[in-house]
Write a protein that binds this ligand. Structure first.
Ligand SMILES: Cc1ncc(COP(=O)(O)O)c(C=O)c1O
Length: 464
């Protein structure tokens, strides 16, 4: 008997496939499925596989020389090939190209967590002796990051409490300020941000505007369209979508005028200075993708918060259903927020999409509206029950479908008490100003049936 020859998979090594990024002009729903995919030249696999390899083979001595020189060469020729997975990986490359497309940016860099994304984004702009300005209402972990690690590394942060007050911005921005930082939909209070207003301040001061769009996601708002220059994400949340993998990303909008900023006295040496004699700056060599290149080569490669390709796979797969999931998250949130507002045990609901909210008009202008004219401001919001901390305890302990846990943007609904968790270290001076009160709870509405969630909330409110 003659055995059939095994099918040849590949007889000669193939050039590494490049992500297919030319999906411009296609709708969001098409790009979230296709942008960044690459043809697997060896096997024809339809789903980009998990490339679990720490490094890459050099074809020859000269190839190695060329690849290393490629990181530093001044010509405009093609990239000579990858070196090591700390700098990039084909699986993560799919996620990066997809996210850059969805956010409307030039280049994205995937990293190991949202905190790594924020740190890497800002370390590329600011160094010891520099300063950043942030809006006051941001994720508690970011406030801790700025107040502890950034401070230890010699980067100071000032906060602006009234985004509408130009004089307050002008008071805190200094000659050594290197970035303005904000979020689209801060939690727990769903106090959506007027990006255009902040972008105008940033432009007036020649500062890049860095926006955390974790809670908004590009399905609800694309900060670059509103004047942001750089977008960061905790991809742990809605983008990966299922609560299984920690990750982060930085997206370069390609819109910041680095030369004008330099001329105005704001220096960004990792982007605009030559790293060594004979070599052009990132800006000279990579134009509108220069900042992302600096993030990857000068910060992520040095410090090392690379994303596992396994998590990169979950991220690019998660993004394929982003808009579908966000529609559902938002529809349920609107229904539940409106319902909660009517309950006698509830003191207040912080959801900018509701007409009763002071930010409703802004929500309608910038964050999309549903069929009945309400804003689509995500699925993470605050609810305050009567009875302070005792009311909060009784309510939380009465829930069954909601998980008591830290985290947001999961398929599962979650609840946490901010004053004793995310905001526990800030003290009353800050928490009072932020509206973090004893009875406030943060909800993250998942993909379960809204009817079941309402029943669960009703049963728990009975105990308040
Ligand atoms: C808005 C926002 N940014 C950043 C982070 C940090 O992300 P990670 O937990 O992936 O480090 C979080 C985490 O909850 C967040 O909510």
């Amino acid at each position: 008997m003659t055995l059939a020859e095994p099918t040849a998979v590949a007889t000669t090594p193939q050039a590494p496939a490049e992500p297919v990024t030319d999906w411009d002009g296609f709708d969001f729903e098409t790009r979230q499925v296709h942008a960044g995919e690459y043809p697997d030249l060896n096997t024809g696999l339809r789903v980009p596989p998990i490339a679990l390899s720490a490094g890459y083979v050099f074809d020859s001595f000269d190839d190695q020389v060329g690849r290393f020189a490629g990181q530093a060469q001044t010509d405009e020729g093609p990239e000579p090939g990858p070196i090591y997975s700390r700098q990039g990986n084909p699986t993560n490359g799919v996620a990066e190209a997809r996210l850059a497309s969805l956010e409307g940016g030039t280049v994205a860099v995937a990293v190991s967590s949202g905190q790594a994304a924020i740190s890497s984004a800002l370390f590329t702009l600011a160094q010891h002796g520099d300063h950043i300005v942030s809006t006051a209402s941001i994720y508690g972990g970011t406030r801790i990051l700025f107040g502890r690690s950034f401070k230890r590394f010699g980067i100071e942060t000032d906060y602006v409490w009234d985004v509408e007050d130009d004089a307050e911005w002008d008071r805190v921005i200094r000659p050594n300020t290197k970035a303005i930082y904000t979020e689209t939909i801060p939690n727990p209070r769903n106090d959506v941000t007027d990006l255009r207003r902040i972008a105008a301040v940033a432009a007036r001061h020649n500062l890049p505007l860095v926006v955390d769009n974790t809670v908004g996601t590009p399905a609800l708002i694309r900060p670059i369209e509103h004047g942001a220059n750089i977008v960061v994400h905790s991809t742990t949340k809605f983008l990966t979508g299922h609560g299984a993998a920690v990750g982060g990303a930085i997206i370069d909008g390609g819109t910041f005028d680095w030369e004008a900023a330099e001329q105005a006295g704001r220096s960004f040496p990792l982007v605009t200075a030559s790293p060594r004699p004979g070599l052009g700056s990132m800006l000279d060599r990579f134009g509108r993708g220069a900042y992302a290149r600096a993030v990857r080569e000068a910060v992520v490669n040095d410090i090392g918060p690379s994303l596992s390709p396994f998590n990169g796979f979950l991220l690019h797969q998660g993004m394929e259903t982003l808009s579908l999931r966000m529609d559902r998250h938002v529809d349920s949130s609107l229904e539940i927020a409106a319902w909660l507002e009517e309950q006698p045990e509830v003191e207040s609901v912080d959801y900018a999409g509701l007409p009763s909210n002071p930010l409703f008009e802004l929500a309608q202008r910038d964050y999309g509206v549903d069929a009945s004219g309400r804003g689509r401001t995500g699925s993470v919001f605050g609810v305050t029950v009567h009875g302070g901390i005792d009311g909060a305890r009784a309510f939380v302990d009465g829930l069954r479908v909601f998980s008591r846990m830290t985290g947001i943007g999961d398929t599962r609904s979650m609840i946490i008490h901010p004053l004793s968790s995310t905001h526990a270290t800030f003290g009353s001076e800050i928490n009072d100003r932020l509206g973090i009160t004893p009875g406030l709870l943060r909800l993250s509405i998942g993909l379960e049936s809204s009817g079941d969630l309402i029943q669960d909330l009703r049963a728990a409110l009975d105990r308040v």
